[in-house]
Design a binder for this molecule. Sequence first.
Ligand code: OGA
Ligand code: NI
Length: 352
Amino acid sequence: MGEVDPAFIQEPEHRPRISYIEGKGVPLIDLSPILSSSNVSAIEFEGLVKEVGDACKEWGFFQVINHGVPLEMREKIDGASRKFFAQSLEEKRKVRRNEKEVSGYYDTEHTKNVRDWKEVFDFTIDEPTIVPASHEPDDTELTEWNNLWPEYPPDLREICQEYGQEMVKLAYKLMELIALSLSLPADRFHGFFKDQTSFIRLNHYPPCPTPELALGVGRHKDGGALTILAQDDVGGLEVKRKTDGEWVRVKPTPDAYIINVGDIIQVWSNDRYESVEHRVMVNSEKERFSLPFFFNPAHYTMVKPLEELTNEQNPAKYRAYSWGKFITNRKCSNFQKLNVENLQIYHFRISE
Ligand code: OGA
Ligand code: NI
């Protein structure tokens, strides 16, 4: 292999360290108290709510076990993903994302204008998903996003749809725990997701000859409400630890999901729960697969701090912004390398 394309090379201060810290890692939370089969005491349940609240506050990230998603479903989608990515580039590009359809296959994503060492396949949960036609603030036209399903493997579509429904179920349960941890009614967030714009991404990170220069995904925060990630046993996800700003690796735990708070929860909670930076390291030997589910509200959601969580002493730290305009801005700026920074929630921050 020749020289690595400079588009992939990170600025020196953002390059990964090849030796990494595994020290005090993200909390591991056992969700068995919320499995429908469990007979749980009020004390146990409150303990769980507190664990979730503490993890959101101190880390913005946690792993869950006993989450109720059948392992078989995860294995099925993982298998289908491996089969899809093993095809030739020509085959994969038949379902390539384009200006109109933002889902599908894609191998040139940029994070903060540096190219990521990965290829992806995206699909939305709702088919079609309704969104604004453009990110221009005054344009009120709406459009549909439709999924581009590949021919191979033939069962990929069904497997993905089934898995998507499991993710939605788990996401609602997690949002209930998060709501309770903020002293809100359990279903406080449910209404926002009625016409959700959630999507799942199948990620494939091929081996990289220069893992010290590139990243699978550059440092970023997730823009949506909540992310539920399945990673394989290779490892590479790193989270910026809030206590000291060190990058710490999230150790692969069999059958666990990694949960992280996105920017929307940060805004809803008026900064009680902050969305945390993370990135993915690649390595020269092994390919890696991961499957994030991004739980996103309806396009017409005006995202702003919840009234219950603000008052005179603690005024709203953000102006309301349109989620639909935010997501369409992101989708079009990630599609091409732009010379402007893409939209971030701090653009809506009210200066103190
Ligand atoms: C993402 C992401 C992590 C991973 O796609 O937003 O952070 O492990 N992925 O693939
Ligand atoms: Ni992410």
